[in-house]
Design a protein around this ligand. Structure first.
Ligand code: UT7
Length: 374
């Protein structure tokens, strides 16, 4: 579903004014993933079928919130003092610190943002772009002035290290953008967006346990808890790779076509194409179908693997840090993920100095200060 075109003369757009990213320091090679899970696969299979050579993993001391806080702080630093203090924080994640409450308010608190609205958004690998669509709309409606869109994932907590089909694919990371209101001809301007979902495919990518259908504690029959207690497999991420592959190619292609049409760009005019970093073959299939030449395809799947919701902004941050494109270049972002969900956006390549940081350990919790009644 493509977002409605703006009214004639309405040139106001969300502009990416700051970009931050955070990668945990631990680099894990394919050989190490294979050895850890005793997987019946090879480095050659993984690199040849996915393009992934290594990934970063967070380890037990670093949470999604720690990655998110660091990336968000980096995006705020990148935006500098010209951009108003963030007044909304949106965190796209499928691996929150806890099922309840959302992770976003604590991230906002750690950033010193006071009592700004903050919420999590669960759109799996389309999370960042769902967040960008949402934040852009809130900004253009006047609901906020400077939203932060953060995407952070710690898939190492849900991926089964013994599952050959998924263990080699995922990595942990976070990335964030700081937005402000600007004009459609500025570097960083988010021009048009497209998003959609198909819940008919909700069983293709799942973590079965931990929700209301299959609680982490098992099913309460009224005579005691413990019947149907989830097993190891139920608590892990599962994906029907071959089917997901076909949906991913189809949806990212059609969504990209839709947003290019709304923007009025031909695919050959795109100077930067960044798709969800799930599989290099999927990315090439989408770009080939669209007609975006190889020299304009940007990504970092080789070094970070699939970082789910964080993958698109992480690839953007990586390419921007390398000055891979000139500010203002025509850019197409597209993503696909569990749900099923997908989303795309056209924008002008940003002109923000990318900041990259290490994860931020969570400070000790203090008792919450009661607010005195007025
Ligand atoms: O981030 C959310 C979106 N995710 C995606 O878009 C990922 C989509 N899927 C994929 O990227 C690919 O399907 C995979 C990388 C997961 C698998 O690659 P593939 O080339 O599509 O393989 P396939 O699914 O067609 O499976 C071919 C064979 C199967 O064996 P059989 O059934 O033909 O006997 C798999 O069991 O390859 C097998 N296989 C593996 N073999 C060696 C699957 N994973 C592995 C592995 N090593 N790691």
């Amino acid at each position: 579903m493509t977002s409605p075109s703006s009214a004639p003369g309405d040139r106001a757009r969300a502009v990416i004014a700051g970009i931050g990213s955070c990668l945990p320091p631990l680099v894990v090679t394919n050989t190490q993933v294979i050895a850890r899970g005793n997987l019946d696969t090879t480095d050659a299979w993984i690199t040849g079928r996915t393009g992934i050579h290594r990934r970063r993993l967070a380890g037990p001391a670093i949470s999604t919130g720690d990655l998110a806080t660091a990336a968000a702080r980096a995006a705020i630093d990148s935006a500098g003092s010209a951009v108003p203090r963030p007044d909304l924080l949106l965190l796209a994640t499928t691996t929150p610190d806890r099922p309840c409450p959302a992770t976003a308010p604590e991230v906002a608190h750690r950033l010193g943002l006071g009592t700004v609205p903050a919420f999590d958004l669960a759109a799996v690998c389309s999370g960042f772009l769902y967040g960008l669509v949402t934040a852009s709309a809130l900004l253009r409606s006047g609901t906020c002035r400077a939203p932060l869109v953060v995407a952070a994932e710690k898939y190492s907590t849900i991926v089964d290290p013994f599952d050959r089909d998924t263990a080699p694919l995922f990595g942990d990371a976070a990335a964030a953008v700081a937005l402000r209101l600007g004009n459609a001809d500025e570097p960083g301007a988010v021009l048009e967006t497209d998003w959609g979902s198909d819940g008919g495919g909700s069983d293709l990518i799942t973590v079965a346990a931990g929700g209301s259908r299959l609680p982490a504690t098992g099913i309460d029959t009224g005579i005691g808890i413990g019947i149907g207690t989830p097993g190891h497999g139920d608590r892990c991420f599962r994906m029907r790779g071959r089917q997901v592959y076909a949906h991913a190619v189809r949806r990212m292609t059609s969504s990209s076509e839709a947003v290019l049409a709304t923007t009025g760009w031909r695919p050959e005019e795109v100077r930067a194409f960044i798709g969800h970093q799930a599989n290099q073959r999927i990315l090439d299939a989408v770009a080939d179908r669209l007609g975006v030449p190889p020299r304009h395809r940007l990504g970092n799947i080789r070094d970070v693997g699939n970082t789910a919701g964080a993958s698109v902004p992480l690839a953007l941050a990586d390419a921007a840090a390398r000055h891979a494109c000139a500010p203002g270049a025509r850019t197409l972002l597209t993503a696909f993920g569990g749900g099923l969900t997908w989303a795309s956006a056209t924008l002008l390549w940003p002109d923000a100095p990318v900041r990259t940081t290490a994860p931020e350990p969570r400070p000790p919790l203090h008792d919450h200060q009661e607010v005195s009644p007025p």
